[in-house]
Write a protein that binds this ligand. Structure first.
Ligand SMILES: NC(=O)c1ccc[n+]([C@@H]2O[C@H](COP(=O)([O-])OP(=O)(O)OC[C@H]3O[C@@H](n4cnc5c(N)ncnc54)[C@H](OP(=O)(O)O)[C@@H]3O)[C@@H](O)[C@H]2O)c1
Length: 218
C-alpha cells in the first residue's frame, strides 16, 4: 500500500481523494498551511472511516515522507503553496487535479493561466524535476467524500513521463468504479480542464453531479 500526501488536503477535493485512497488501504497525509486544520481534517477522515491511516501535518511536513503528492489547492494559491515546499517535490510523482475555474457572466469558464495553455502544462514547467501527471480533474469532490456512493466514470490522465502515467493509472484502478484513460502528453491537460468547465455548467443547470465516460476504447 502507498503513502499519499495532499497539499491543501483540508479542502473538498483533497479530503475526498484522501478518503477514497484511505478506503483502498493507503496511508494518507493531510497537508495544510495550518497544522490544526490538517489535524482536524485527518480526525474527520478517521471518524468517517474507522481504521483509516490518516494523519495531519503542515504542507511541508505532509510531503516529507516518500510517496506520491497531490496538489489539491485552488490555482490562485498554487504558486504560493509550491514556493513553501521549496525543493521537496524534486524527483516525486506529483498528481495535479487543479482546474482554474471562474464564474463570469452566468457561466463557468477557465481563467487564463499565465505562460501556459493549462494548469497541467504550467505545473510541468514549474516543476521540471518532478514527474507531473494531471488527473482527477473531472471528478466531483462531493461524490468522492460520500463513501456510500459508488464512484462512476473515467479518470483521464496525461503527463510527459510514461511510467508516471502508468503509476497514476494503477492508483485509479484501486478505486472501484473508476477507469483510467491514458491520454498521453501533458498538452492534453488543457482539454481535460475545459471538460470540467462543461461539467460544472451542466451540474448547475440540471442540479446534477456529472462525471465522464469515454466510449469506443474498450
Ligand atoms: N471541488 C471539486 O469538486 C474539484 C473537482 C476536481 C478538481 N478540483 C480541483 O482541486 C483543487 C482543490 O479544490 P477544492 O474544492 O478542495 O478547493 P478549496 O476547498 O477551495 O481549497 C483546498 C485547500 O487549499 C488551501 N488553500 C486555499 N487557498 C490557498 C492559497 N491561496 N494558498 C495555499 N493554499 C490554499 C486550503 O487549505 P488550508 O487553508 O488548510 O491551507 C483549502 O482547504 C482545485 O484546484 C480544484 O480546481 C476540485
Amino acid at each position: 500500500m502507498a503513502t499519499l500526501a495532499f497539499v491543501g488536503g483540508t479542502g473538498a477535493a483533497g479530503y475526498g481523494l484522501a478518503l477514497r485512497f484511505a478506503a483502498a488501504g493507503d496511508a494518507v497525509r493531510i497537508g495544510s498551511r495550518t497544522e490544526a486544520r490538517a489535524l482536524a481534517t485527518a480526525a474527520r477522515l478517521r471518524a468517517a472511516l474507522p481504521g483509516a491511516r490518516a494523519t495531519g501535518h503542515t504542507n511541508a511536513d505532509a510531503v516529507a515522507a516518500d510517496g506520491c503528492v497531490f496538489v489539491t489547492v485552488p490555482f490562485a494559491g498554487l504558486a504560493t503553496a509550491l514556493d513553501a515546499l521549496h525543493d521537496r517535490l524534486d524527483g516525486r510523482l506529483v498528481v495535479d487535479p487543479v482546474v482554474p475555474l471562474v464564474f463570469e457572466g452566468g457561466i463557468f469558464g477557465l481563467a487564463p493561466v499565465a505562460g501556459a495553455p493549462s494548469v497541467g502544462e504550467w505545473l510541468h514547467a514549474r516543476l521540471p524535476r518532478s514527474r507531473v501527471v494531471s488527473a482527477f480533474k473531472n471528478l466531483p469532490a462531493d461524490e468522492l467524500a460520500s463513501l456510500e456512493e459508488q464512484l462512476e466514470g473515467d479518470v483521464v490522465l496525461c503527463g510527459e513521463d510514461r511510467e508516471a502515467r502508468a503509476a497514476v493509472a494503477a492508483m485509479v484502478c484501486r478505486l472501484p468504479g473508476l477507469r483510467p484513460v491514458d491520454a498521453g502528453g501533458i498538452a492534453n491537460a488543457r482539454y481535460i480542464e475545459a471538460i470540467t468547465a462543461l461539467l460544472v455548467n451542466l451540474n448547475r443547470r440540471r442540479r446534477a453531479r456529472t462525471s465522464i465516460r469515454i466510449l469506443g476504447i474498450g
